[in-house]
Design a protein around this ligand. Structure first.
Ligand code: MD6
Ligand code: FE
Length: 207
């Protein structure tokens, strides 16, 4: 049978190798600073309290958190109570370059994947506006990213994300289901202790 090519909704964009090796090292140094001020923590799923396999933190004026009571954006780190550190300039510049959005991002969620960590299929829909895209940066170990349609159970395709790659979920692709099915542990030398970092830049409030 003829296999039709899978198409993704308009507004999904992929910039392989957007950041070169020296930019990637600079970003890791900035993120080490972020993590000093806002330590990585292990979030849990609403209701069940099941821990995520990734560790998280945020920078920017708002941060995405998950706990037994639900998913939300808040101004403070959930364990230290301190405001999130500011978003580094290089991330604001990335947004200006690829987001095609007049308003700046308010949140940058940082996900850290240690050995065996992955992320189930989900939509990013806790923001109060979907007019702005979500801009995502991959750093460190290579990952298999699964992206589908805006309805659960739609056709999916896999994209290999390597260190320095950027993807944008905008327009009709803003609410596509997506997840990380696998991280190839040890595939990148960027993080000295191994692993993968993913940054997602979001606009949370309407503009
Ligand atoms: C990750 N990314 O790459 C998880 N969300 O580790 C996301 O959940 C994501 O890459 C919205 C838009 C782009 C993304
Ligand atoms: Fe997401």
């Amino acid at each position: 049978m003829l296999e039709l090519p899978t198409t993704l909704p308009e507004g999904f964009r992929y910039f392989p190798g957007y950041f070169d090796a020296s930019d990637q090292r600079a970003m890791v140094a900035l993120l080490r600073d972020v993590v000093k001020q806002a330590p990585l923590y292990q979030p849990v799923m609403p209701r069940t309290g099941t821990p995520f396999s990734v560790q998280m933190t945020n920078c920017g004026s708002l941060g995405w958190v998950s706990d037994r009571t639900g998913y939300r954006y808040q101004r403070e780190h959930p364990t230290t109570g301190a405001p999130w550190p500011p978003m580094p300039e290089i991330m604001l510049k990335l947004w200006e370059d690829v987001a095609e959005c007049l308003a700046p991002p308010e949140a940058c969620l940082v996900n850290f994947y240690g050995e065996g960590a992955k992320m189930g299929l989900h939509q990013d829909r806790d923001e109060s506006t979907f007019e702005a895209p979500v801009v995502s940066v991959s750093l460190g170990d290579t990952a298999l990213f699964r992206v589908g349609q805006t309805t659960r159970g739609g056709k999916t395709q896999s994209i290999t994300l390597t260190s320095g790659d950027v993807i944008v979920f905008g327009g009709a692709a803003r609410l596509c289901y997506h997840g990380i099915s696998k991280v190839m542990w040890g595939s990148s030398p960027l993080l000295s202790a191994g692993g993968r970092l993913n940054l997602t830049l979001r606009r949370v409030t309407p503009f």
